[in-house]
Design a protein around this ligand. Structure first.
Ligand SMILES: [Ca+2]
Length: 521
């Protein structure tokens, strides 16, 4: 081959390398660490499993333990700031705002949960939005209000297409399918226009209410009759076999209720439950919701192939927090109303409204302690799948530590975008995440990761293998060696006071920077 031919080849390779990839960010809502097949679950998720087999799975990827806090971290590349009425602040630039700076088209389908005007998706960088801006919807009709025993705050008309309220939905509507249809429409449009794009597909599944299509529920009838502890153990074993977790870590029993707080809930023994059918149905419907989400992700992946953009599209999937224990328990004031509302109804149908509860949440977040809102691993660990053909090696599992705040610097690096130093005259907060691109390519971080968490009085701080954690009702610092004991069963705080001191001081600095209210520090 002549020098000119070599140069031409090189130029073409460089040109290709310089074409920024399309980015699709798919987020599940309240999906636990152990739900997907490729993370040890028994729920049928062939499309996500395929994505994993064609890409990379993270063992240690972290969110912020609850919906809206995770979403602001994911969108901005910085740890949330906990003061003020809005999490998304003028001093924070967003993923779509940044990517538009290098010519990306942007669209979002699904759950926003970062407020109405002036922080709607269309105010904060998305050219196109279809979905609901509040935290939970009726999956068969997002235009319906909450039943009287739950209350999701947010804008008055949260269900919109761009700025226009949607007042009703067609027959046979199901939100998981509808937001997927919207996302696929956007992908096809972008592919025709040959523009790089950023698409955020934010599922409402499997967040409560437990509502799913009858044909999907039918697949799971009878699968959960043995109860949540059997499921927690079964998933644990499967995760060990898959190499997702270490067999050296003990599988703890569910945490005991330590105080009166709405997310500290008692997990009853299976034998003690009288109305087992009621319990079982919750998980059957939950599994069906995850199953349908996976089916629709299959449609998205097929669209990438059909439109010929499969090779240059980076697809990422994760969950915004661990399994959700939220429940209206028999001792709650609203319990009679809750049960009366669902009486005689087809559980999982449009007219029912059921929460999954703490028992199943401990199985969803197997093998870890606690669940959504807690800073133990069950609250803030998520499956994380990255697929980027030719860039991310197929069927790999990394043990590197990643966090939602890493997405923005990662997308900067892959797109060549610059992080704005100011937004409309407001100086922006400097990025706190690290690009994951080297990890995607099989590398390791050269320095120990350092990450902090705060939520509803729970706290945590991680430096390298050490994690310091404070449960809101445990009210003390616990120290764990995450290499030896990621299931947080062997508290080493008494043995290593110097490490506790170092991490406590680091948490204090982090908490000040993150504007944790002084009375909670
Ligand atoms: Ca969530």
């Amino acid at each position: 081959m002549g020098a000119l031919a070599v140069a031409a080849l090189r130029n073409s390779a460089e040109a290709q390398a310089k074409t920024p990839p399309n980015i699709i960010l798919i987020v599940a809502d309240d999906l636990g660490f152990a739900d997907l097949g490729c993370y040890g679950g028994e729920i049928s998720t062939p499309n996500l499993d395929k994505m994993a087999s064609e890409g990379m799975r993270f063992k240690q990827f972290f969110n912020c333990a609850v919906c809206n806090v995770s979403r602001v971290a994911m969108m901005t590349g910085v740890h949330p700031r906990f003061t003020g009425s809005r999490l998304l602040k003028p001093s924070m630039s967003t993923l779509p705002e940044m990517l538009k700076g290098v010519g990306y088209a942007t669209a979002m389908s699904g759950k926003w949960h970062l407020g109405g005007e002036p922080t709607r998706p269309i105010d904060r960088g998305f050219d196109e939005y279809y979905g609901s801006m509040i935290g939970a919807v009726n999956h068969f009709d997002p235009s319906l209000p909450d039943p009287p025993f739950v209350n999701h705050s947010g804008p008055k008309q949260p269900f919109v297409h761009n700025a226009d309220p949607i007042k009703s939905v067609p027959e046979n509507y199901y939100v998981t399918e509808a937001i997927t249809d919207h996302a696929i429409g956007q992908i096809k449009k972008f592919a025709r226009e040959k523009k790089p794009f950023f698409l955020h597909l934010a599922h409402f599944a499997p967040h409560y209410p437990m509502q799913a299509l009858p044909q999907d529920i039918a697949k799971y009838r009878g699968k959960y009759d043995e109860g949540y502890l059997v499921l927690r153990r079964r998933r644990h074993r499967r995760m060990v076999e898959l190499g997702i977790i270490s067999d050296k870590w003990a599988l703890p029993d569910p945490d005991r209720k330590l105080g009166n707080w709405r997310y500290d809930l008692k997990v009853d023994t299976w034998d003690s439950i009288e109305d087992k059918e009621w319990e079982i149905q919750k998980m059957e419907v939950y599994a069906a919701m995850v199953d349908r989400m996976d089916q629709t992700i299959g449609r998205v992946m097929a669209t990438l192939k059909e439109t010929g953009i499969d090779d240059n599209t980076l697809v990422i999937f994760f969950s915004d927090n661990g399994g959700c224990a939220s429940d209206i328990t028999p001792d709650a004031e609203k319990y009679p109303e809750y049960r009366a509302y669902n009486k005689g109804k087809n559980i999982g149908g449009k007219d029912s409204y059921v929460l999954c509860g703490p028992g199943w949440a401990t199985a969803q977040s197997s093998p870890f302690r606690r669940y959504k809102t807690w800073t133990y691993e069950g609250g803030l660990s998520t499956p994380m799948i990255v697929r980027w053909k030719g860039k991310v090696k197929a069927n790999t599992i990394t043990n590197e530590i990643g966090h939602l705040i890493d997405l923005l610097p990662t997308f900067m690096e892959v797109s060549g975008a610059k992080y704005p130093t100011d937004r409309d005259g407001t100086k922006t907060i400097s990025i706190e995440g690290k690009s994951l691109l080297s990890v995607f390519k099989g590398g390791k971080f050269s320095e120990e990761r350092e990450l902090g968490w705060f939520l509803y009085g729970s706290r945590a701080y991680r430096i390298g293998k050490w994690k310091l954690v404070w449960g809101v009702t445990a009210k003390k610092w616990e120290l764990y060696d995450m290499d030896a004991d990621r299931t947080e069963t062997n508290d080493l705080s008494a043995k290593h006071p110097q490490i506790v001191k170092k991490l406590t001081e680091a948490w204090d600095v982090w908490a000040k920077r993150s504007e944790v209210p002084a009375n909670q520090m």
